[in-house]
Design a protein around this ligand. Structure first.
Ligand SMILES: NC(=O)c1ccc[n+]([C@@H]2O[C@H](COP(=O)([O-])OP(=O)(O)OC[C@H]3O[C@@H](n4cnc5c(N)ncnc54)[C@H](OP(=O)(O)O)[C@@H]3O)[C@@H](O)[C@H]2O)c1
Length: 240
């Protein structure tokens, strides 16, 4: 049986990815910072598909703590077949007013968190000569977004990391891809001015978490065995 690890898998887009991969037949390991109602709801979704569920509590900005929590899963039978890096935050501000904390927190979570939680698995995947790494970037990382210099920088950096890593470890049978959502209906986008955004989205609506999860499902599944180093946009035409 195959296992998928979703870093940031207990709410929003991450939870939809968990639910979709469980319905695809994966056993699930999902992280959040704390166990609680979010992880319990996520566990129920997975159990309803008769798949195994493990919750791990970790903060991706804590390199040592994350590695210690992930240690049992870094090699051997517990090594996941698919790793999805979904953890991310936004702290929007105009760059002229952006303080060091807003810059640092976003880069620490979105970019350094990827290093802290995904890099430790690469040796095990290389030894096993198979695996999938899927990174949730953003349309902001593809085009840059005013008011999101920190977020855009972190998400663009993830695209560079995905492309470089795909070149580095493709010969060992490991596929590395990114998904770049546009505006998706989650907590993160609740405060955005919808009436200003809808006119610039050709499909004239926000995306759903399930619409992102279905692309992750493709990248995790049997129909994408010759796809690596790619960025698949899920954005209703926001970026064309
Ligand atoms: N919503 C959108 O329109 C949109 C568009 C493009 C890209 N994205 C990206 O999609 C991903 C999910 O976003 P979302 O909209 O579903 O937002 P969300 O509901 O706020 O979820 C954010 C996720 O990141 C995790 N996370 C944040 N900081 C963390 C930390 N320090 N350590 C560990 N986990 C941390 C959260 O875990 P906890 O459960 O511990 O809070 C949660 O799983 C993010 O990478 C985001 O940048 C979203």
């Amino acid at each position: 049986m195959s296992t998928a690890l979703i870093i940031g898998g207990c709410k929003g887009i991450g939870r939809a990815i968990v639910a979709r991969l469980a319905s695809d037949g994966f056993d699930i390991i999902a992280t959040s910072r704390k166990a609680g109602p979010d992880s319990e709801t996520t566990e129920q979704l997975v159990r309803a598909q008769n798949r195994a569920f493990t919750h791990l509590a970790l903060d991706v900005t804590d390199a040592d703590g994350s590695k210690a929590t992930l240690l049992p899963y870094l090699e051997g039978d517990l090594l996941p077949d698919v790793i999805v890096y979904n953890a991310g935050i936004a702290k929007d501000n105009l760059f002229a007013f952006m303080d060091a904390e807003e810059w640092r927190k976003v880069l620490d979570t979105n970019l350094n968190g990827f290093y802290n939680t995904v890099q430790p698995f690469v040796f095990g995947m290389l030894a096993r000569k198979k695996g999938r790494i899927i990174v949730i970037s953003s349309a902001s990382g593809q085009t840059g977004q005013a008011g999101q210099v920190n977020y855009s920088a972190s998400k663009a950096a993830l695209l560079g990391a995905v492309k470089a890593l795909a070149r580095e470890i493709g010969k060992k049978g490991i596929l590395v891809n990114a998904v770049a959502p546009g505006v998706i209906d989650t907590e993160m986008t609740k405060a955005l001015p919808k009436e200003q955004l809808l006119p610039i989205i050709p499909l004239r609506r926000y995306g759903t978490c399930e619409e992102v999860a279905s692309v992750v499902s493709f990248l995790a599944g049997p129909d994408s065995t010759y796809v690596t180093g790619q960025v698949i946009a899920v954005n209703g035409g926001l970026v064309i």
